[in-house]
Write a protein that binds this ligand. Sequence first.
Ligand code: AMP
Length: 224
Amino acid sequence: MIIVLVGAPGAGKGTQAGRLVETYGMVHLSSGDLLRDERKRGTDLGKLADSFISTGTLVPDDVVIKMILGKMRELNASDVILDGFPRTVAQAEALDVALAAEGQKIAVVPYIKVEPATLLDRLGGRLTCRADGSHLYNAKYNPPAVAGICDIDGSLLYQRDDDMPDKIKTRLDTYFAQTMPVIEYYRVKGLLREINGEQDIEQVWADLLTAIGKTSESLPSLVG
Ligand code: AMP
């Protein structure tokens, strides 16, 4: 099952994707996490991506498409959550072509919808785990048990450079200009499932499970 999780930066995609991984063992492919990892390791791709990431603009389509499709092929997983990709219509089209060539297709596109004012507030307080970028907290709304430390693996938490106030605005502007058309692209195809991302994390989770056709009865932890 291939799921494309869409929504603005700060909508809660990473948090919900982390839950899908924990609960169903799905593979989480976050283009942002992959790019940050390349940057940390100082690879050619990381160096190329650096100036885009740090200004909050998009890395060129051809680079990201090659990276994600390569990773999907390498992992060859049956249950995948794509997060942060596709972010442009060109990326969405390239994904469809690549999947069709393998006889695969996207199952569903949950869209976690959050108002711009909430996004600004959330991104400004966001704290990310150094060891795993899908372990996310918010100083105000979802603080860790011990300040500055990840509840899950004990690693240090940090504020991403692109979560600084001056970068947040560029990222949101970029999202509304370049990624909203992707949402329309999937709406036209009948794949989009809109979820109210203003709700608390548990309610978003419940709605997400409904959107992807899973119910609480199908939770592995409740079976047997
Ligand atoms: P994210 O963690 O998804 O917010 O991504 C962080 C940054 O990585 C973005 O602001 C972009 O600079 C870059 N990035 C991530 N995914 C993509 C993508 N699909 N296309 C282009 N740039 C991307």
